[in-house]
Ligand binder design. Structure first.
Ligand code: EPZ
Length: 416
């Protein structure tokens, strides 16, 4: 298995181009299931999870061509079954459930199973699909759903679930009548998906707010559309500037998607300048400690919690970082402590006492965003950090070591 080796202490400087958002590209590629014909999607990132979703869609008989620009046609679906061996490698596979039932009248999707950061059940997806009139049973670890035609309903999500909102919004586009979704997630990726669905002829209002209204139509048509930039990748690079005292211009990033992070980085002493579709981040003389509480969008994103913790580990005070979205998203803490970080976990919060310098060490990636936080820690640490299990990082960051070395980092991937 590959490893990433970093010799820390370099200031990162220069421009970095942000890739398309993984968490927008996944539901957008899946939305092709709703349509008979060739869709064209631009700005698709080159990631492990994208390869997985393409494999999954191909297993249904969907035709897929291309890389950064993808042409995809679900005109000839031959199977509606998402197997465990594919679903277990990527939980977002559950997103095929709604579109398959809406378009084909049936679906058999493996339950995702456990995940490092939490139980991550899909009960809200299933309940909402039942509310739309589907007959849903759980059998042999699979979700089996059937509906001759989904019927519009008013649905209240107990939790503002991102993929739950996406799954049911897609299903409702072809339901008979009007669906009102309440307490929906408001992430920018949901707005991007809604724009794509509207381009296909769906009738959707309110995406990006906590109430989404969908007036069902009988069929949708192909569309050409683009995926938004990855705000989590962008935020990771802004933090890299803060941790190394560098000066990085993050190109192709929408600052409106990063308001919560940018506010925290300014409080931590960084200079953040918005320049059109670029954000310029300059590290402060010192890093000031800030408290962070993760919340659904527009709150501070849980997907940047591990990364900002790496910066707080070298801040000049005490920071309380509270994770409210997932129940086990502190897997990076014990690895950071191997690098000298002074962190104590108390329930949902991590108490981080900043120290002047981390020191390099061999560390292990446990999940996607934890891997990014350990790379950030390695960039700022004294000495060499070796990160193993880098397949985690490849799920969500396109060529991160190439992008970082172009900014001056001493970082390389070694296979073996
Ligand atoms: C999406 O996951 C993202 N993944 C995650 O990004 C992100 O961390 C998460 O949203 C929160 O922003 C994709 O978009 C592919 P949720 P999702 O449903 O939809 C509970 C990354 O690093 N819940 O919003 O699975 C759940 O357990 C990944 O890119 C239920 O209880 O997250 C969690 O505590 C990690 N029942 C909370 O809701 C359900 O049916 C929020 O989960 C669904 C969710």
């Amino acid at each position: 298995m590959d490893k990433i080796v970093i010799v820390g202490g370099r200031k990162l400087q220069g421009d970095v181009q942000i890739s398309g958002a993984k968490n927008a590209a996944l539901p957008i590629l899946v939305s092709s299931l709703l349509v008979d014909g060739w869709n064209t999607f631009h700005n698709i990132p080159d990631l492990l999870d994208i390869k997985t979703v393409k494999k999954l869609l191909s297993s249904f008989g969907v035709k897929i061509e291309g890389g950064e620009t993808v042409r995809i046609n679900a005109g000839g679906i031959t199977s509606c079954e998402a197997s465990y061996d594919l679903v277990r490698t990527m939980r977002a596979s559950i997103l095929v459930l709604g579109p398959l039932v809406a378009r084909m009248g049936e679906a058999r999707v493996s339950l995702p199973g456990g995940c490092a950061i939490g139980a991550r059940p899909v009960n809200l997806h299933i309940q909402a699909l039942r509310d739309l009139g589907a007959e849903v049973t759980l059998k042999d670890g699979y979700v089996e759903a059937k509906a001759s035609r989904l019927k519009g309903a008013t649905i209240y999500f107990d939790i503002a679930t991102v993929t739950g909102t996406e799954n049911i919004m897609m299903a409702a586009t072809l339901a008979k009548g009007q669906t009102i979704l309440k307490n929906t997630a408001r992430e920018p990726e949901i707005v991007n998906l809604a724009e794509v669905l509207i381009g296909m002829g769906a009738r959707i209002r309110g995406a990006g707010t906590d109430v989404i209204v969908i007036d069902g139509v009988d069929s949708l048509h192909p569309v050409e559309a683009s995926v938004i930039p990855d705000r989590i990748e962008a935020g990771t690079f802004l933090l890299a500037a803060g941790m190394t005292g560098g000066d990085i211009r993050v190109l192709g990033c929408d600052a409106l998607h990063l308001e919560a992070l940018i506010a925290k980085l300014r409080d931590a002493g960084m200079r953040i300048e918005l320049e059109g579709d670029a954000v310029r981040a300059t590290g402060g003389v010192t890093v000031r400690s800030v408290d962070v509480k993760t919340l659904p969008h527009p709150g501070f994103p849980t997907d940047l919690q591990a990364q900002i913790m790496a910066m707080m580990a070298i801040a000049n005070g005490l920071s309380v970082i509270t994770e409210t979205v997932f129940e086990n998203r502190f897997m990076h803490v014990s690895e950071m402590m191997r690098m000298g970080a002074d962190i104590v976990i108390q329930g949902k919060s991590a108490i981080v006492r900043g120290i002047p310098k981390l020191h390099g060490a061999p560390v292990m990636a446990t999940d996607l965003r934890a891997s990014a936080s350990l790379i950030l820690a390695g960039l700022a640490a004294e000495g060499t950090t070796t990160l193993s299990r880098v397949y985690h990082i490849d799920r969500g960051y396109q060529q991160i070591e190439k992008k970082l070395s172009a900014l001056g980092a001493d970082i390389r991937r070694i296979s073996g």
